[in-house]
Every structure is written in structure tokens, then in C-alpha cells.
Design a protein around this ligand. Structure first.
Ligand SMILES: *Cc1c(COP(=O)(O)O)cnc(C)c1O
Length: 178
């Protein structure tokens, strides 16, 4: 498994910047060099390559701060499967055992450090027990049938409901003309 991180810390977000610094140190660790990568200067160009190229889209906002989660929608349209905290759009889109995986559901506690530990455990447990197995469970012609089924469910359930048609319609009817 290879984890690719991308993103930017807000200039005033000291904790965010420290997290990215620690991540950079991990990417240089001899045991992890091939396993984790950080892409700097996340922009439309790198986002396009990422949503087209990855198999699983990991999104870990702090509940309830996810404004929408547009990037996960773009990933789904490109056949990636979402694995995210049930917040923002994923709260509405996620269907258990069908179109992806959720990291927990509602917040278990208001203590963010404790919640982080619970979510981390949920990420590792699902990756190990289910997600990685499904990905590598190939038939004789080398096709991971279960994975492909979930990719198709991801596209089928996301594309008709999460798109710019809906966004523009809702801006107009719910904000501008109401
Ligand atoms: C899609 C996109 C975003 C929005 O991502 P979210 O996960 O919804 O925050 C931000 N920056 C770029 C370059 C994008 O392509």
C-alpha cells in the first residue's frame, strides 16, 4: 500500500504546518520512503492527476467542519472509492457495504484527541481487515471483482446526485431567490 498526501496548511495554521513537517520527516524514513509520499503545492493540476490515479480517496476532516468534500466527489467520478469521515457530502452519499467505507459515524466524544485515536483505529482496522484484502483479491485473470463492483457502485451512486447541476440549482433556489 502506498499513501500519498497532498494539501496545504493555511498560512496562519501553525498546527497544520507542524503536521506537514512531521509528515515530511516520515517520508524520509528508510522504512517508509516507498510507502508514503507528500505532494507539495496541491493545485488543480496535481488534483487532476490524483483523482484519476488513486484507488482509494481518504478524507479525514474534523466533524463537523467539512464544508462539502468536493474532492471526494471528483475522485468518485473517476472511479476511485471513498474512505472518509462521515461528514459533509459523505454523510449523505455513503451507503454501507455498497459504495465505499466510512471512518466512524457521528463523533463519539467532544475530546478531539480521543476522537483522533478512535478514528485512527477505525482507519487501520478497516484497511487491514477489509479494504486491502478486497483490493488484492483477484480472480484468475487478475481482476479484483469485488473492488470493481464497488468502483461501479461509487460512480453510479455519486455521479447523478453530486454534480455542478445540483450545486448551481441549490445556490439559486436556496440562497439567491429564497
Ligand atoms: C477539488 C479541489 C479542492 C477542494 O477539495 P475539498 O476536498 O473539497 O476541500 C481544493 N483544491 C483543489 C486544487 C481542488 O481541485
Amino acid at each position: 500500500m502506498q499513501i500519498i498526501f497532498a494539501g496545504k496548511a493555511h498560512p496562519a495554521d501553525e498546527e497544520g504546518k507542524r503536521i506537514i513537517q512531521r509528515l515530511m520527516e516520515w517520508t524520509r524514513h528508510p522504512d517508509l520512503r516507498d510507502r508514503i509520499a507528500f505532494i507539495e503545492d496541491y493545485d488543480m493540476y496535481t488534483a487532476k492527476l490524483l483523482v484519476q490515479g488513486v484507488d482509494l480517496w481518504l478524507n479525514t476532516p474534523r466533524r463537523p467542519l467539512e464544508a462539502s468534500g468536493t474532492s471526494g466527489q471528483k475522485a468518485a467520478l473517476n472511479g476511485a472509492i471513498n474512505f472518509g469521515v462521515c461528514d459533509g457530502w459523505w454523510r449523505e452519499a455513503y451507503q454501507a457495504d455498497l459504495n465505499g467505507w466510512s471512518i466512524g459515524k457521528d463523533a463519539d466524544t467532544s475530546d478531539q484527541d480521543v476522537q483522533n485515536m478512535i478514528d485512527a483505529e477505525s482507519i487501520y482496522a478497516q484497511l487491514e481487515r477489509e479494504i486491502v484484502r478486497l483490493y488484492y483479491n483477484c480472480d484468475r485473470s487478475g481482476i479484483p471483482r469485488g473492488w470493481v463492483k464497488r468502483m461501479k457502485a461509487s460512480i453510479r451512486t455519486v455521479a447523478p446526485r453530486f454534480n455542478t447541476d445540483r450545486m448551481v440549482t441549490e445556490y439559486v433556489t436556496r440562497l439567491y431567490t429564497s
